[in-house]
Ligand binder design. Structure first.
Ligand SMILES: C[S@@+](CC[C@H](N)C(=O)[O-])C[C@H]1O[C@@H](n2cnc3c(N)ncnc32)[C@H](O)[C@@H]1O
Length: 448
């Protein structure tokens, strides 16, 4: 799964033309189109990147906020809808259902004034659905607006914590049950709450911790991460034009740091796209990086930051299960994973995941790891990383690898951020502790 960068609430999306299209698309209609794309299987960030160019730049933040908010909080919004509609959700036409989610999201989450949330949503819906269905959208939204403050349609958090987390927390039950089997309820509640918040845009400074932002850009330090700053004001493109920095969550930066001082170069980054860690590695350690990925399209996104920062990163399309390289000194395998540590960034991901998909990813990760293990020369380092919280993809995967490969040993790092090292020396960044994305990494030295 990808490392897409979602813009901060209210900001324009990075990388999009700042020009206003000739006939701009209403932001609520754009949100509805994004939801329609996701309904037929398109990934949310891909659907958004197709629709947003048709939206006035000043409205893009709102369109994204509504669309991604509706995806993240889908289960919560559906409870509101069911509480006020005259029929169960499954009997509401999917197109109408999405309009209802859009309206209810504005009423209950954005606290948009009722007349605007209902009126603007109905106006946008009118262009796409018939009069009868618009009437239904109008009636249900008005009922929610009238009744929401005197109603609590959610299961009680103490009487039935799982049902509450499924509904109010808007997470699938199977995932919650996995987490609750490992961590206390209070931690899972904090995790769920963080996964439901839109992510900020965080910049990692490549030269020190005292940046001088260009005009129109304001940065706020991220507590506990000296070189990371939240983009508090201004567009990402403007900030990047004036700073030696990359867009990177602190959790991803900690994986770059975890690789360790002066890795033997060139570093081979075998699942590199869109390239934030490849660029980070080249900048951090001053070593050439060879960035490989199976996806040509995603790999293309690496070129711009590497060029802007004048870094020695070369890129090639390759399948990490059949690496075209042997005898590498350092290999980073930032493998495809469920991404359960970054659900806030991938608005629709929680609804796509299931145990079967997890199993398929674990098998793919194992293949990639074995191919990487052969590519590292004796004495070299393999760093395995994910943005997952799941044991099978993390320490379970590494433990099984070490049982197969007696020529590898875990090698703990010299240092790691507070509270982010497991007893065995693996990196484990927990979103509910750090208020960042989640991440996992293990350093594996080839000893023979
Ligand atoms: C977690 S993302 C990598 C994020 C990247 N390291 C970064 O920091 O920007 C996983 C990547 O693995 C790639 N991938 C999936 N299967 C692969 C394979 N068999 N060989 C190489 N890359 C693969 C995906 O295209 C995706 O870009």
């Amino acid at each position: 799964m990808g490392g897409a960068v979602e813009p901060a609430r209210g900001s324009a999306a990075p990388g999009l033309s700042p020009q206003t299209p000739l006939t701009p698309l209403n932001p609520r209609a754009a949100a509805h189109r994004i939801l329609a794309g996701v309904r037929v299987g398109t990934l949310s960030d891909l659907a958004a990147s197709r629709i947003l160019p048709d939206v006035d730049p000043v409205d893009r933040g709102l369109a994204l906020d509504i669309a991604f908010g509706c995806l993240r909080l889908r289960a919560r919004l559906d409870v509101w809808i069911e509480a006020f509609a005259d029929r169960p959700l499954r009997r509401i036409d999917p197109v109408v259902r999405d309009w209802l989610r859009i309206g209810v999201y504005q009423l209950t989450e954005l606290r948009t004034p009722d007349h605007a949330a209902v009126g603007e949503t109905v106006r946008a819906a009118r262009a796409g659905v018939g009069r009868k269905r618009v009437g239904y959208v109008n009636a249900v939204l008005r009922a929610v607006a009238r009744g929401r403050d005197g109603t609590d349609p959610f299961p009680a958090p103490d009487a039935d914590p799982v049902a509450h987390l499924c509904a109010w927390g808007s997470h699938p039950e199977w995932l919650l049950r996995r987490w609750l089997a490992r961590w206390p309820l209070a931690d899972v509640r904090r995790l769920v709450e963080r996964q439901n918040r839109p992510p900020d845009v965080v910049l990692r400074m490549l030269d020190g911790d005292d940046p001088a932002p260009p005009e129109g850009v304001r940065l706020a330090p991220v507590p506990g991460w000296p070189r990371s700053f939240t983009l508090a004001e201004g567009a990402p493109a403007a900030a990047l034009a004036g700073l030696r920095a990359v867009v990177q969550d602190p959790a991803a930066s900690s994986v770059v740091d975890y690789v360790g001082r002066r890795p033997a170069g060139p570093v081979l980054d075998v699942c590199a796209a869109p390239g934030t860690k490849a660029v980070g590695l080249a900048a951090e350690y001053g070593v050439p990086v060879v960035a490989l990925d199976i996806s040509r399209g995603r790999l293309a996104r690496l070129a711009a930051p590497a060029r802007r920062l004048k870094l020695p990163v070369s890129a090639a399309v390759a399948d990490a299960r059949r690496l075209p390289v042997a005898e590498a000194g350092t290999v980073l395998a930032d493998v495809p994973c469920t991404g359960t540590g970054v659900l806030r960034r991938r608005a629709d991901a929680r609804w796509r995941l299931d145990e079967r998909g997890l199993g398929a990813l674990v098998a793919l990760q194992r293949e990639i790891m074995d191919a990487c293990a052969d590519a590292v020369r004796p004495g070299g380092l393999l760093v395995y990383s994910t943005c997952s919280l799941e044991r099978e993809e993390n320490e379970g995967q590494v433990d099984a690898f070490l049982e197969r490969r007696l020529d590898y040993r875990r090698e703990p790092p010299d240092a790691a951020p507070d509270g982010c090292l497991t007893p065995r020396g693996d990196l484990f960044v927990r979103p509910w502790v750090t208020d960042t994305d989640g991440a996992y990494a293990a350093r594996l030295r080839r000893v023979a």
